[in-house]
Design a protein around this ligand. Structure first.
Ligand SMILES: [Zn+2]
Length: 222
C-alpha cells in the first residue's frame, strides 16, 4: 500500500451508475482534493467484480468484495467460490459489505444469516478484514460476530447509540462514520462519534450515497 498522506475514503461505490459519464473526471480530481486512497466496496457479484476492475485501473484505489444482505436473492450456486476467488486477487483488502438488514421485510432473515455466516467463515479462514452492513439488526449482528472472535474490520455507516458503538469497539471492531453524523435527525451517530476513540474510527462517504448536510440527498464523492 502506498504511503497514507491524505484522506482515505474507506467506503465508496464508484462503480455505481450515478457516476456514469463522470467517473474518470471525478477520480482524476481526488489527489488535488486531498484524497490519497479509496476503498471501493462491492455489494453483489457484479459490483464486486467492478470494484476489482476499478482497483486494477487506479493505483490509489483498493477494493472489497462480498454480497450485501439485500442482494442474496438469485445468487448462482457457486457464489461463495466466486467471492473466494475474487478475495485472493491483488488489491482486494476486505470482504464486504456483508451483514444483516432487517429494515425492509422483503429479504428472509434466515437467508441473510446464512450468507453472512458463510462470508464470515471465509474471512476467518483467509484472515481477511470485513466490512459490516447492519441495519435494524444490532442484536443479531452482535450475536453472529461473537461466534467469530478472530474476525475484525469495520462496522460500516454506523448510526447507532454510543452504548452499541462501545460494545463493538470492545469486541475489537472499528466504527465507520459517514455523512450521517451531520444529519439533524441522526443525533445518536454524532453522540457515538464523540465516545469512540479516534484510533478506532474510520471515515467513509458511502458515495454516491450519504452526502453530508447541507448536500443531503445529492450525489457525493470522496
Ligand atoms: Zn456502501
Amino acid at each position: 500500500m502506498n504511503e497514507l498522506s491524505g484522506i482515505f475514503d474507506t467506503h465508496a461505490h464508484y462503480d455505481d451508475v450515478k457516476f456514469d459519464g463522470e467517473r474518470e473526471q471525478i477520480l482524476a480530481s481526488m489527489s488535488a482534493a486531498g484524497v490519497s486512497n479509496i476503498c471501493n466496496v462491492g455489494a453483489d457479484l457484479e459490483s464486486s467484480k467492478a470494484s476489482v476492475k476499478l482497483a486494477s485501473e487506479y493505483d490509489f484505489i483498493y477494493c472489497s468484495v462480498g454480497v450485501h444482505p439485500t442482494c442474496i436473492d438469485s445468487l448462482p450456486n457457486d457464489w461463495l467460490d466466486q467471492i473466494e476467488n475474487l478475495v485472493k486477487l491483488d488489491k482486494v483488502v476486505a470482504i464486504g459489505e456483508i451483514g444483516l438488514d432487517y429494515h425492509f421485510p422483503d429479504f428472509s432473515r434466515s437467508g441473510q444469516l446464512e450468507a453472512f455466516e458463510k462470508q464470515l467463515e471465509l474471512a476467518q479462514s483467509l484472515g481477511t478484514p470485513v466490512i459490516i452492513h447492519s441495519r435494524d439488526a444490532v442484536e443479531d449482528t452482535v450475536a453472529v460476530l461473537k461466534n467469530f472472535p478472530k474476525v475484525s474490520g469495520v462496522i460500516h455507516c454506523f448510526s447507532g447509540s454510543p452504548e452499541v458503538a462501545c460494545k463493538y469497539v470492545e469486541m475489537g471492531w472499528n466504527i465507520g462514520f459517514t455523512g450521517i453524523v451531520t444529519f439533524k435527525n441522526a443525533k445518536k451517530a454524532a453522540e457515538s462519534a464523540k465516545v469512540v476513540p479516534n484510533d478506532r474510527i474510520v471515515i467513509e462517504t458511502d458515495c454516491p450515497y450519504m452526502a453530508p448536510e447541507p448536500f443531503r440527498g445529492s450525489r457525493c464523492d470522496s
